[in-house]
Design a protein around this ligand. Structure first.
Ligand SMILES: C[S@@+](CC[C@H](N)C(=O)[O-])C[C@H]1O[C@@H](n2cnc3c(N)ncnc32)[C@H](O)[C@@H]1O
Length: 907
């Protein structure tokens, strides 16, 4: 029973969003409990942290407790590096004067204020009651704006403290990043944004705005979570920020698999190596007591056992992270718990393990390093050198039971002796054994059974329990001396070892609620200096690890492999053109091998890597279906295949020709079927992901025709790029009409569009198009615009609006705006959902100019009908994790979000 409960807690810890599906009755329980303020008290929790001395006893500890009992302010961050980033920042600032000095029902709510430690003014926080948001007009309008922008992905609701760990990773364009415990994905969002647009340069200065944003950077983010349900929330969250640089996996972080890739170093040789990451985030499952301001049930449910039960798993995850980190790489370990057992004890345990393994790991001093200068204003306390341990939740019961047994034993011994003496004195003769009424030892005293555990746990769970005594144990040796059987199950790493100063644990960061009105958090930033004696060597004597900055070597190797493939293909084409069938038959079978002679070491390395493949194969499996591949996998895993497109397929060639795309681009087009045929939706990934998915032994191996990355349990990758238009009865469409560029691909395609496929528009023309929403060509009243659009062929375009100001219409655009445009035979459409068009209109024109009446997809009636249809067709979905539980960010009526903008527009 106890174990099941703990398991649930691990998977269910929430941070930056809730996991609870709509209609979950636990939400009601929470709300009910929330209202009773006297519940915000837990004598054991308070005593535990007082005795741990996480904060000096006295006045400050009281301030800490008071802050823990106040509701958490709302915070959000503005998506960095996108076309509208500066516009959103300006809108946020423009709201402030309107929200200052407002009095409502006797209160003066405070306007949003920036988080002083968040770089480039992109983090914000405010503290306003829901009743004010609903009724007070200016705050109501702020809420409407936040709803629009959150849905558009330009604003992200996130707890302020949860924004800290990714900041200290300072992710750059070429970083290989692993987010080990990623769901629901608030921090993954930050990491992904940073790969596209780093918040800071590597030295902590502001990056050059001209090069800050890259649509397809070299690096990648792998977001992983072991909980299948939470992984689907993660997928939902990250697809708000479409990226070709993301993979989502579903593995246990403690055993996160090695990913093997080709790598070309300075010597020009291609070797196969295991990926070692430049940046790793281990935001591990924890007891979550730092979130008590948001999740007030913590006051009720907290027990010491929560942290104890998680310590071992946290340590295992951190050690795996250290293993997977590239020398020169950086790792952040974080929890939203205040408990040293889950924090300093884990970091110290892992550092000791690293020392033993010969890895040069150290904690980074974030106060000293100039790179972290921008975060100086983050108020924090140093990590602890000392903490206390109560290693067993039932220690009191064990002691009682032991003492009782000893007493019984003593009594039994005493009475036997007394009786013997009495008998001896009465009879004056020898005592006859067996006559004495000796109790069986242990009859009365319960042993240390589960029942005993449960009894004690029950009393500990009671938040109002007056029994606050905590049975601290000085050291593991003391526990072993007292209870050797139990001690064997307890990790020695729970206790300080006396080396905490040497390990510089003070460099860890503790953020407390009272310091700057936030939740509580723990963050440790670690650095790996050099590879020690644990460097793995494969059968060929090649080092399998690599220093930071691997992405470039992977790309170089992939380019060379592509070249070799092209050479081979053109040779084969030349041979088949010039040779007769008879000559072909006579041709030496070694010719093909010779054509690759320059890559002999590579072939050997590939063979060696293929031998390491973990997936089984049996003869005859080549023809098996994808379902069969699932049977190979013990844990059920259903995902469609990932195949890069067949370069010689008719549709691939047609897309390539229609959009004049280089082969190097086309190679990165991905489809979700076994054959690589281009059928309905085409995705795009960056080359490093292609290297992982096509060149690793799992995928190279001929046995794995299924192209389902079973070992990695890949759940999601690829940015939608082309969508096939609906079938046209009886006629073949021209390619440009058939393959539409989807809106998520605008940034990727911008740099590749032929000039004739870019349509320029002024701010006034943009306004006109938004007003018409989905105009027939004949409805366009601006003659030049009408002419430009009418003379364009049907198909996909990028509509480009230059930055500028048009005072006549009250418009201002800070950065060039690019939007996907579809030119149908009789109409044009900006490929955005109506809500997004409204959001853009607000940003540029300060008001919503979009005419809803011509919206063909989202009229109120259709919305209602669609919702009803969906409800019948599909089980209820979990809410967006970023929006749940937060009225501020919830649309009053559910918005029709879905494939609308990407649905095939009528021709
Ligand atoms: C603190 S939450 C992560 C929050 C997330 N980083 C964010 O910012 O949204 C911890 C996550 O770890 C996951 N988890 C628990 N055990 C795990 C394991 N052994 N391997 C990987 N993930 C695990 C849980 O499912 C949970 O989603």
């Amino acid at each position: 029973m106890g174990r099941a409960k703990r398991g649930k807690r691990i998977g269910g810890r929430r941070d930056g969003g809730s996991t609870r599906p709509q209609g979950d009755t636990r939400v009601d329980r929470k709300q009910q409990w929330w209202l009773e303020e006297e519940n915000l008290h837990n004598a054991r929790l308070e005593k535990y942290y007082q005795e741990q001395r996480i904060i000096p006893d006295g006045e400050e500890f009281q301030q800490f407790l008071e802050a823990c009992k106040k509701p958490l302010p709302t915070s959000f961050r503005i998506t960095a590096g996108r076309a509208f980033t500066s516009q959103i920042l300006r809108s946020t600032e423009e709201h402030i004067p309107h929200l200052s000095n407002i009095e409502f029902e006797g209160e003066r709510p405070s306007p949003p204020r920036e988080l002083p430690w968040y770089p480039r003014r992109l983090g914000w926080q405010f503290d306003v009651k829901k009743s004010i948001l609903r009724k007070q007009p200016e705050f109501k309008s702020l809420q409407g704006w936040l709803v629009h922008e959150t849905e558009s992905g330009t604003i992200n609701r996130q707890e302020a403290v949860s924004m800290i760990p990714p900041l200290f990773l300072n992710v750059q364009h070429d970083h290989l990043v692993l987010d080990m415990c990623a769901a629901p994905g608030s921090k993954t969002g930050q990491l992904l944004e940073a790969v596209h647009a780093p918040l800071l340069a590597p030295d902590g200065t502001t990056p050059d705005p001209a090069t800050q944003y890259q649509a397809v950077p070299l690096g990648l983010v792998i977001a992983n979570d072991s909980d299948a349900q939470r992984v689907s929330m993660l997928k939902h969250q990250v697809t708000r920020l479409p990226s070709p640089n993301l993979m989502v996996t579903n593995c246990d972080a403690r055993f996160y698999p090695n990913i093997t890739v080709p790598y070309m170093g300075a010597d020009g040789e291609i070797q196969y190596k295991d990926v070692r990451y430049d940046r790793i985030l281990a935001d591990v499952p924890c007891s979550g007591d730092g979130t008590m301001r948001k999740n007030q049930l913590i006051w009720k449910d907290w027990t010491m056992a929560n942290g104890l039960g998680l310590h071992k798993m946290q340590l295992q995850i951190l050690i795996r992270a250290m293993t997977l980190l590239a020398p020169g790489g950086r790792l952040v370990y974080s929890t939203c718990s205040l408990n040293p057992i889950e924090n300093e004890a884990v970091v110290a345990g892992a550092l000791r393990e690293a020392e033993a393994a010969g890895w040069d790991m150290e904690l980074i001093d974030t106060m000293e390093s100039p790179e972290f200068e921008p975060f100086r204003q983050l108020k924090r306390r140093p990590g602890l050198h000392q903490w206390k341990v109560c290693p067993l939740k039932n220690l009191g019961a064990l002691r009682q039971s032991r003492d009782k047994r000893a007493a019984v034993k003593a009594r039994a011994g005493q009475s036997a002796e007394d009786e013997a003496k009495a008998k001896a004195s009465a009879a004056g003769s020898d005592v006859q054994e067996g006559n004495a009424p000796v109790n069986k030892v242990g009859d009365e005293a319960p042993a240390a059974t589960e029942d005993a555990n449960l009894q004690v746990e029950g009393s500990q769970n009671d938040a109002s329990s007056s029994n606050t005594q905590i049975d601290w144990v000085e050291s593991w040796a003391d526990l072993n001396a007292e209870f050797p059987v139990e001690a064997k199950k307890v990790a020695k790493t729970l206790w300080p070892h006396g080396d905490e100063e040497r390990l510089k644990l003070e460099r860890c960061m503790r953020v407390y609620p009272h310091l700057q009105n936030t939740g509580g958090f723990f963050v440790a930033v670690l650095h790996k200096r050099s590879q020690g004696n644990r460097t793995k060597v494969d059968g060929k004597g090649q080092a399998k690890s690599e220093t930071a900055g691997m992405a470039e070597g992977i790309k170089r190797a992939l380019d060379r492999l592509d070249e070799l493939q092209d050479e081979k293909a053109s040779k084969a084409a030349a041979v088949s053109a010039s040779e007769s069938t008879a000559e072909k038959r006579a041709r030496s079978p070694t010719d093909d091998a010779e054509s690759e002679s320059s890559s002999v070491p590579m072939k050997k390395a590939k063979a060696a890597a293929a031998d390491e493949s973990e997936v089984d194969s049996k003869p005859g499996q080549e023809d098996a279906t994808y379902e069969f591949a699932n049977e190979l996998n013990p844990a059920a895993f259903k995902e469609d295949a990932y195949s890069y497109v067949d370069l010689s397929h008719r549709e691939t060639l047609a897309i390539q020709a229609a959009y004049s795309l280089p082969t190097s681009f086309i190679r990165n087009l991905l489809v979700r079927n076994l054959t690589g045929e281009v059928q309905r939706m085409v995705y795009y990934t960056n080359p490093v992901i292609r290297a992982i998915l096509t060149q690793g032994p799992e995928f190279k191996n001929a046995r794995h025709k299924y192209r389902v990355p079973v070992k990695l349990r890949l759940i999601f990758s690829g940015n939608k790029i082309f969508a096939r238009q609906g079938p046209t009865a009886g006629e073949e469409r021209a390619t440009l009409e058939k393959w539409r560029i989807v809106r998520e691909a605008t940034d990727i395609m911008k740099g590749y569009m032929p000039p004739q496929r870019i349509v320029k528009a002024t701010l006034k023309e943009l306004m006109h198009m938004l007003q018409l929403n989905y105009p027939k060509l004949g409805d366009i009243e601006m003659e030049q615009l009408k002419e430009r659009l009418s003379s364009a062929d049907t198909g996909s375009y990028i509509l480009e609006v230059d930055a500028g100001v048009d005072e006549g219409i009250g418009a201002r655009l800070d950065d060039t705006l690019s939007l996907a445009l579809w030119r149908a035979p009789h109409s044009v459409n900006i490929m955005l959902e109506k809500q997004e068009k409204s959001a853009i209109s607000f940003r540029i024109f300060g008001r919503d100019v979009v005419d809803g009446s011509t919206d063909r997809y989202f009229t109120a009636q259709q919305k209602g009908q669609k919702k009803a249809e969906n409800a019948l067709a599909t089980p209820p979905k979990a809410k967006s994790p970023s929006a749940e539980d937060d009225e501020m960010f919830n649309a009053p009526a559910p918005a029709a979000i879905g494939d609308g903008a990407n649905a095939a527009p009528p021709s």
